[in-house]
Design a protein around this ligand. Structure first.
Ligand SMILES: NC(=O)c1ccc[n+]([C@@H]2O[C@H](COP(=O)([O-])OP(=O)(O)OC[C@H]3O[C@@H](n4cnc5c(N)ncnc54)[C@H](OP(=O)(O)O)[C@@H]3O)[C@@H](O)[C@H]2O)c1
Length: 247
């Protein structure tokens, strides 16, 4: 079983970087694949992780989730170099502010869905065969958001979304996670809500350190097999286990 191989998309900065830092600190025997669309930024991130005391094995995998050839090339590289993939963390994601006059709605929806949905669907379809062949405990964790929750949004628990295309894309991501869970009974499939984290994504206006935001992902990745059912999970405040987010 050991070492597991764990791949995180968009791991050169933001929450993805913190997920890698937290996972590699908690479980140093595992092997980490830092996927980034720029190899140079990936290498810089590894140097930063070393300065933070991370000693685990980490390799950069060049991967642009908006590019199907790049995803397929990355899968061939992972298969050839490491021969296995145990945990796939689909973290890369974007939001594009819609202009008040509505002039960039088409661009905003097309780009956001291309990365947040099509990219994740391609990642799962491309890497699932290797995961199922090679891992006795395969897990996929998709970075969702409280904004994805139709229950929270429709019961007055969240203010109106400032970027509707983003919120809608995360609801669609949850639907994608549910659909894959129906057809992949041997793989654990999670949507995870990190909370509002201080990253470039929101101009560093979030309320949580991204390391705190990464806690739920670390918990879902490292908990003993079967501890968490497929579903939508978060970890807030001082909780030491994940709790469900309503769909
Ligand atoms: N921040 C929050 O409060 C918050 C809350 C809920 C959910 N989330 C979710 O958490 C995830 C990470 O967000 P973040 O706050 O860490 O964002 P971020 O700081 O903007 O980082 C985004 C990461 O995604 C990468 N990325 C963007 N487009 C890509 C592509 N086509 N292919 C590969 N990688 C790509 C970026 O790479 P480059 O450096 O090359 O641009 C970067 O590494 C997203 O899915 C987001 O929706 C964030």
């Amino acid at each position: 079983m050991w070492p597991r191989t764990i791949l995180i998309t968009g791991a050169n900065r933001g929450i993805g970087f913190s997920i890698l830092q937290a996972l590699a600190t908690r479980s140093p025997p595992d092997r980490y694949l830092l996927a980034a669309r720029s190899t140079e930024n990936g290498e810089l991130a590894i140097r930063e992780l070393r300065k933070l005391g991370v000693q685990a094995e980490i390799h950069v995998v060049e991967l642009d989730v908006a590019n199907e050839s790049s995803i397929k090339r990355a899968e061939r590289e992972v298969r050839k170099q490491y021969g296995r993939l145990d945990i796939l963390i689909n973290n890369a994601g974007i939001a594009i502010l819609e202009k008040p006059d509505g002039s960039n709605i088409q661009e905003s929806y097309a780009q956001t869905f291309n990365i947040n949905i099509t990219g994740v669907a391609l990642m799962m379809a491309t890497f699932l065969p290797l995961m199922k062949e090679s891992s006795p405990d395969a897990r996929i964790i998709n970075l969702s958001s409280a904004r994805a929750s139709l229950h929270l949004s429709s019961t007055g628990n969240l203010p109106p979304s400032r970027v509707i295309s983003y919120s809608v894309s995360k609801t669609a991501l949850n639907a994608l996670t549910v659909e894959y869970a129906k057809t992949e009974p041997t793989v654990a499939l999670y949507a995870a809500s990190p909370g509002h984290c201080k990253t470039a994504f929101n101009g560093f206006r979030g309320t949580k350190d991204p390391l705190d935001g990464s806690k739920v992902i670390v918990e879902l990745a490292l908990a003993e097999k079967g501890r968490y059912e497929n579903g939508f999970w978060q970890m807030e405040g001082d909780e030491n286990e994940a709790s469900r987010v309503p769909w």
